[in-house]
Design a protein around this ligand. Structure first.
Ligand SMILES: [Zn+2]
Length: 98
């Protein structure tokens, strides 16, 4: 997980996850220590959209041809949930507006 670029405070997992899963898209993350705003970099947005779109598509082609309840449960347990869990570790931030 990235640290604050201003004061070095480590971002919390939940804080980072919120910036990705917000209903209005990417939100800046504010440091709880110094208040510095950080915005998600373009490269991170690219990685996230790739992970969200490409990985499920590829895994579906590889593991199951027909969509079934078992396949859906398998997908959620083996791919979607672990992906959600590791996603914050791939996000990079740069300085935003204070
Ligand atoms: Zn800070």
């Amino acid at each position: 997980m990235q640290d604050c670029l201003q004061c070095g405070e480590k971002f919390k997992y939940k804080q980072v996850l919120k910036t990705v899963l917000g209903p209005l898209g990417y939100k800046p993350v504010r440091c709880i220590q110094c208040g510095q705003n950080h915005v998600v970099t373009l490269g991170s947005k690219f990685r996230i959209s790739f992970a969200v779109v490409a990985i499920p598509m590829i895994s579906r082609l590889l593991f199951y041809r027909e969509l079934s309840v078992v396949g859906l449960i398998f997908f959620l347990l083996m791919i979607a949930i672990p992906m959600l869990f590791i996603l914050p570790y791939f996000i990079k931030y740069k300085d935003g507006e204070p």
